[in-house]
Write a protein that binds this ligand. Structure first.
Ligand SMILES: [Zn+2]
Length: 264
């Protein structure tokens, strides 16, 4: 199976926190005497951010459920996810061809990986939010903390802990890059991406969603299509830009007349 690149579709915008957001840091990054559950931060600027992997994982799991993909791979602690185990089935799967698969059939030496068509960048606070959050006085940098009292359902013992979160109202810049490889599937893929984004708005990002954390809203700044021909020679091909994923058909037009449509 040949994979060729017709171009890129770049989706940019902002993620607005409608409630406090907790995207947790790993235990290794915790400082002694620190808050029980800190948020993940950029090691250089110390600003909280949303790792691309967290956002991508959330999109993927929401889409798997919405498209009723059967979970078939155990990833530990009784958690099963859906992964197509070879390139051919991944290419025909609405989830795996967008989010990738690391398939490996028994007896295969090389994994039959299908690299994701979608790249999800890390999302950083907008400069306006950095400024706004610098002014809040919580003793923490850019964040607030909240006591959560979890009750053990069996022993009834209280387990109070401090959760750090990015306050409501904060905004992060997001960027998604979709590789246009198969123009016949691109429209469906981008519709599914929009579905995942819409579902996330009705779900939650990060931890403690059932306690009200992580309600987010996506605001689009632009959706831009850039054919490879244009990158090679600006007099050939053209860029097209729209304001919403509902207008994605218009962007995809510029890839249909392309000469780089081999491998389909
Ligand atoms: Zn699949």
């Amino acid at each position: 199976m040949e994979r060729s690149l017709s171009g890129k579709i770049i989706v940019k915008g902002k993620i607005e926190c409608l409630t406090g957001l907790h995207v947790g840091a790993t235990k290794e990054n915790m400082e002694i005497g620190a808050i029980d559950a800190p948020v993940v931060r950029d090691p250089v600027t110390r600003e909280p951010y949303i790792p691309g992997s967290s956002l991508k994982g959330k999109f993927r799991s929401l889409l798997e459920k919405a498209l009723a993909k059967q979970p078939n791979r155990n990833i530990g602690s009784d958690v099963k996810v859906h992964v197509c185990s070879n390139k051919e089935s991944a290419n025909n799967c609405e989830v795996c061809r967008v989010f990738g698969s690391t398939g490996k059939k028994e007896g295969e030496k090389e994994g039959s990986n299908f690299p994701a068509r979608l790249i999800v960048r890390d999302s950083y606070l907008t400069s306006e939010s950095v400024e706004k959050l610098s002014e809040i006085d919580t003793g923490l940098q850019y964040t607030e903390w909240k006591f959560e009292n979890a009750i053990d359902r069996v022993t009834s013992a209280a387990n109070p802990r401090q959760l750090e979160r990015v306050p409501k109202g904060a905004e992060f810049s997001f960027e998604l890059v979709y590789n246009v490889e198969d123009t016949s599937k691109a429209e469906e893929d981008l519709k599914n991406l929009k579905l995942a984004i819409d579902l996330l708005a009705m779900d939650s990002l990060g931890g403690h969603g059932s306690r009200g954390y992580g309600k987010v809203k996506f605001h689009y700044d632009c959706i831009k299509g850039i054919p490879v021909e244009y990158l090679k020679d600006e007099t050939k091909g053209q860029i097209r830009e729209v304001k919403s994923l509902d207008e994605i058909k218009e962007v995809l037009e510029i890839f249909k007349n392309g000469t780089s449509a081999k491998g389909q």
